[in-house]
Write a protein that binds this ligand. Structure first.
Ligand code: GUN
Length: 291
């Protein structure tokens, strides 16, 4: 079993971004500025947004956090988004998901200026991604592709199973891995809650991308020997022995698969840090495009 160290690779990417920022500063170019909009008090969302802001400091970006109570109306949230769209100092921003249920997520995401949409969730950018055009790729799928690239894992002609069809991870990674590109060209199957033969699909796969949030669901007897598993699941499970009262668990039972898996991303320290690095890479791109 080889561990794909997402933390280490993310530091490489962040260091590259930091040098670009230093070069921009030397050339009197604008310092990238990322903003995050956070609605409500969901614990994991607060943690993710804080990590994104902390990463901005590390690479020398400016950052802003706009927090709203979950009682904010859809219309008021749209007005706040328009303010960020019109703020010339902000190069890119994200609306942290999930949003409170009463707010229409699609409506909100379509309000983000596509030029500042560093999450790549606006229908224009999502459509460009599906067409294989240059755009802001959603950060988690982009992070997965970057991990695969830098670990030199071959995808061409491989059978790839994506478990989960979310707009943030499953759907876009299934599109990217099947595209006619280096580190694409896979034969992709998408499994979801209505799939009936998941175990058979897993055993038949060379590469599994699991993004369902079912703690330690994938066991050793479900996978092909030597296969690669990218574990996107991040679930908090109660753990009284930890100071926080919980621990973070992925979709894969690492002990159970350790004898048969080829490469695997750990949780934490796998895909999570890469998501943040790719968000910052998109922000640098947004800033450079407006030079
Ligand atoms: N919630 C979970 N992942 C993401 C992400 O990549 N972007 C945003 N905006 N919200 C998320």
């Amino acid at each position: 079993m080889k561990i794909i160290d997402g933390k280490k690779v993310s530091i490489e990417v962040l260091d590259e971004i930091k040098s670009s920022v230093e070069n921009r500063a030397k050339n009197s170019l604008k310092i990238p500025h990322l903003a995050a909009i956070l609605v409500g008090d969901d614990g994991p969302s607060q943690t993710y947004v804080n990590s994104k802001i902390k990463a901005c400091d590390r690479v020398g970006f400016k950052s802003s956090l706009f927090k709203y109570n979950d009682s904010i109306s859809e219309q008021d949230l749209i007005s706040e988004i328009q303010k960020v769209n019109n703020n010339d100092d902000i190069d890119g921003f994200i609306v942290q998901l999930p949003l409170p249920k009463k707010i229409n997520q699609e409506k909100i995401l379509s309000q983000v200026d596509p030029h500042k949409d560093v999450d790549g969730f606006h229908p224009i950018n999502y459509g460009k991604m599906a067409l294989g055009l240059d755009t802001f790729l959603p950060a988690t799928p982009a992070g997965i592709i970057e991990l695969i690239k830098r670990s030199k894992i071959q995808t061409e002609g491989k059978k790839c199973l994506v478990i989960g069809r979310s707009q943030i991870v499953g759907r876009p990674i299934s599109i990217l891995l099947s595209q006619s590109k280096v580190f694409g060209n896979s034969t992709v199957t998408v499994a979801h809650s209505k799939t009936i033969n998941l175990k058979e699909l897993c055993i038949d796969s060379d590469l599994i991308i699991s993004a369902i949030g079912s703690p330690e669901f994938i066991k050793g007897n479900m996978i092909k020997k030597g296969s690669t598993i990218i574990d996107v699941g991040i679930t908090r499970v109660d753990d009284s022995s930890s100071n926080k009262g919980y621990r973070i668990v992925g979709d894969v039972d690492l002990n159970s698969v350790s004898d048969s898996v080829g490469y695997i991303t750990p949780v934490p320290g796998g895909v999570g840090p890469m998501t943040i690095a790719m968000l910052l890479q998109n922000t640098l791109k947004a800033c450079s495009l407006s030079d």
